[in-house]
Design a protein around this ligand. Structure first.
Ligand code: SAH
Length: 231
């Protein structure tokens, strides 16, 4: 079974509506689950202490592991937003498929082998470039960290790994999928050009609605391609 992981409720709402997804009667403590035909849809859920969406690596990893271990998920599809590096010359709301790799830029462990573990370098399925070509999308290397902003060191590592798009969940989902040997498809839509002087957070808020429309359109198009949605 395929599961779709969407970190934020605001990114997920139109997809939930389009697929007529129903909230599962039994909900986990971490994450919110919906069923739409043969597709399980999970968001990161709301944090009990602050009421906000549980963005970031920990909830993503916990939910992904639960989906695979307890819900028979054998393929994961992550759709969400990202920041783009200016060198990519991306438009706001442009959609990318992640290929060939997902890294972490804030998981630094300067010890033999642990360094490699922290860096991630998770390989994406080899079919992704062909899918991107068919849909007319560009591919890019994704790097994840637990901050919406970045330090100089984060940026150095990000660029050294060839990454051009940045999120807060991808590396965690990719790591869990890699441990279980199941394929991950990652779709990322640009909300902000993160290395401009204008803070990513302000751009994010200004562009989220436009980006979410694109997340919905491309997600449905990919599900259609896989025979899981028809319009
Ligand atoms: N300010 C937002 C917080 C959302 S956090 C709010 O008030 O709702 C950002 C989410 O979008 C994360 O799920 C992350 O994966 C993605 N994202 C978008 N742009 C990003 C960037 N520049 N860096 C890291 N994550 C980004």
């Amino acid at each position: 079974m395929l599961a779709l992981y969407i970190a934020m409720e605001a990114e997920a709402q139109d997809i939930l509506d389009a697929l007529d997804a129903q909230r599962l009667p039994q909900q986990p403590i971490i994450g919110t689950y919906y069923q739409a035909g043969d597709i399980l849809i999970a968001t990161s859920g709301k944090d009990l202490a602050t009421g906000v969406d549980c963005v970031g690596t920990e909830p993503a990893g916990i939910v992904a592991n639960d989906l695979i271990v307890h819900h028979g998920v054998t393929r994961l599809f992550n759709a969400g937003t990202c920041g783009a590096h200016s060198s990519l010359e991306a438009q706001i709301a442009e959609a990318f498929l992640v290929s060939p790799t997902i890294f972490s830029h804030d998981h630094r462990i300067p010890l033999p082998r642990f360094e490699e573990f922290g860096m991630g370098a998770h390989p994406m399925p080899k079919e992704i470039p062909a899918l991107a070509k068919k849909l007319g999308l560009r591919t890019a290397i994704l790097s994840s960290g637990n901050s919406l902003d970045h330090t100089e060191r984060d940026l150095e590592i990000f660029l050294a790994n060839g990454a051009r798009i940045k999120d807060m969940e991808g590396s965690s989902l990719a790591w869990v999928c890699r441990q279980h040997d199941i394929p991950l498809t990652s779709l990322k839509v640009v909300t902000d050009i993160f290395d401009l002087p204008h803070p990513a957070a302000e751009q994010f808020n200004a562009n989220l609605a436009q980006a979410a429309e694109s997340v919905t359109a491309v997600t449905l198009r990919i599900l259609q391609e896989w025979g899981l949605f028809d319009n």
